[in-house]
Design a protein around this ligand. Structure first.
Ligand code: 4AD
Ligand code: MG
Length: 468
């Protein structure tokens, strides 16, 4: 007797085997002939498998005829060729053990389809739905592809800290771990100052990006990447922002901006082709049920080259577009979602890499372009924009010249002492280097066509949500 997953038992190769399967009931249908069809799912695939339970099973009347959506069971029996449409196999049950019932009166996931908004209230049950099962399998495949890609190119995975003292983006969007409020320090039961609860008396925060620590390792070991949770204390309630999200950040010594763009493009192509090859059933579901432009958008990634457009040229295109934008287009302003949409969905109809942004709208660490027009200083930034989601990657070549870096830090009112170790990387054996960050959830959104970022992460953290 072999234990199989539903996914395995659905394959024609399984026909003839004696197997044991476990899962949750999706539907039960009783036939007039005194037997029942039960469909179960165990999360291993989108598709269910049908069990045929004959009336002479000892618990047929007492249990099997009471199985309803959400109840759980283990079946033993033979895999048979199925006569039914859309399924290769089915299980002829020799025994069914029921583990738990689910009262149809109170179990929320009945046949009726619920909105994604409603399902967010049931973060503990929504993984049992088709959509969330498919999202989680694709999210997992993307995560694996990220590691496969970088490991295959000899990058080292570096575990950068979650608790940190440095503000990578210099935007003050960090959640504080320690309060360090001298007027009101945390106290223990005896009234003593409890430094353990205040990160040992050091100012510290949840990281917004592992980049700065990643640079330490890239400038010693060559090619590295980080992959982990990052945090942003921005109060944005949009379909593309989370307060806690996962980011993958490669950083490479001796790479310039062009090398960086090539890496980003190769990387995205690899993820998309892995998902298309290994998650075919789930991807067909997204194409049919969530967004029927999904396949066309993904094809633009795997085939052909990404458009590379200098920021200044993009502004030109937007100004000449004849579009009425809500936010005015002007050199020196950051692009808004509507501008990104126009470029990717209407003008180029493909992913676009925008580069050489105005220095004033980008963080201190980006390399200054010496050949920019004097009244329009730019830095070697690059953002990858995709149709539907907009920015999924942000990156740059880094400023490796200590004096230029320090000037930029002063311009942005940063305290140079806070970044003493980052400056020392430029003092001792400085090298050109580059890197970028891909937001995992934005990538999952792009690949699946899911409209809201809250629906591509198991437990979304947004302003005001932390029930689970
Ligand atoms: O553009 P960002 O802020 O860049 C950085 O953090 C750099 N330090 C990365 C680097 O060069 N190593 O963020 C990078 C990506 C964005 O393009 C976006 O995909 C995602 O992270 N991102 C978010 N995803 C969800 N919610 C948010 N609040 C996000 N902020 C950024
Ligand atoms: Mg960005």
């Amino acid at each position: 007797m072999q234990r199989l997953s539903v996914k395995e038992a659905r394959l024609p190769e399984a026909i003839g085997q004696q197997v044991r399967l476990s899962g949750w009931v999706r539907t039960r249908r009783d036939s007039k002939g005194g037997f029942s069809f039960i469909e179960i799912n165990d999360g291993s695939s989108l598709g269910n498998i049908q069990i045929i339970a004959d009336g002479d099973l000892p618990n047929y009347e007492s249990e099997i005829k009471h199985l309803s959506a959400g109840s759980s069971l283990t079946v033993e029996g033979e895999v048979k060729q199925s006569g039914g449409k859309g399924q290769a196999t089915e299980i002829q049950a020799a025994s069914i053990v029921m583990h738990g019932t689910a009262d149809p009166e109170s179990y929320p996931l009945q046949k009726k389809r619920h909105s994604f908004e409603k399902l967010r209230e049931w973060a503990h049950l929504r993984p049992r739905t088709n959509t969330f099962g498919a999202v989680m399998r694709v999210r997992n495949r993307i995560s694996r592809s990220i590691h496969d890609f970088f490991q295959g190119e000899d990058f080292l995975w570096v575990h950068t800290p979650i608790i940190t003292a440095s503000d990578c983006e210099g935007a003050g969007e960090m959640f504080r771990v320690s309060t360090l409020d001298p007027a009101n320090p945390p106290k223990d039961d005896k009234g003593n100052i409890d430094y353990a609860r205040d990160f040992f008396g050091r100012a510290s925060y949840l990281t917004v990006s592992g980049q700065l620590e990643g640079e330490i390792y890239a400038t010693a070991l060559g090619k590295i990447y980080t992959f982990g949770p990052t945090f942003r204390a921005e109060n944005s309630n949009t379909s593309r922002h989370l307060a806690e999200f996962w980011m993958v950040e490669p950083e490479v010594a001796f790479y310039d901006l062009t090398d960086n763009m090539e890496l980003a493009e190769r990387f995205l192509k690899r993820i998309v082709s892995d998902v298309m090859a290994d998650c075919a059933e789930d991807m067909q579901f997204f194409q049919d049920r969530i967004d029927n432009t999904t396949f066309a958008k993904l094809e633009k990634v795997t085939e052909g080259k990404f458009q590379r457009v200098a920021y200044t040229d993009a502004i030109d295109i937007l100004e000449k577009s004849g579009q009425e934008f809500e936010f005015p287009v002007a050199w020196g302003h950051d692009l808004q979602a509507e501008h990104e949409r126009f470029l990717t969905e209407q003008h180029f109809e493909s992913p676009v890499i925008l580069y050489n942004y105005p220095a004033t709208i980008k963080p201190f660490y980006m390399k200054v372009n010496d050949d920019a027009e004097p009244d329009r200083p730019t830095v070697r930034a690059m953002d990858v924009l995709t149709p539907g989601v907009g920015e999924i990657i942000g990156g740059s070549q880094r400023e490796e010249r200590l004096d230029v870096l320090e000037d930029r830090m002063r311009q942005q009112d940063l305290n140079l002492d806070d970044y003493w170790w980052y400056r020392e990387l430029r003092e001792f054996g400085t090298v050109p280097h580059s890197g970028f960050g891909l937001g995992l959830e934005r990538m999952v959104q792009f690949v699946t066509g899911m409209a809201n970022i809250r629906d591509v992460i198991p437990f979304p953290r947004t302003p005001g949500s932390a029930e689970f």
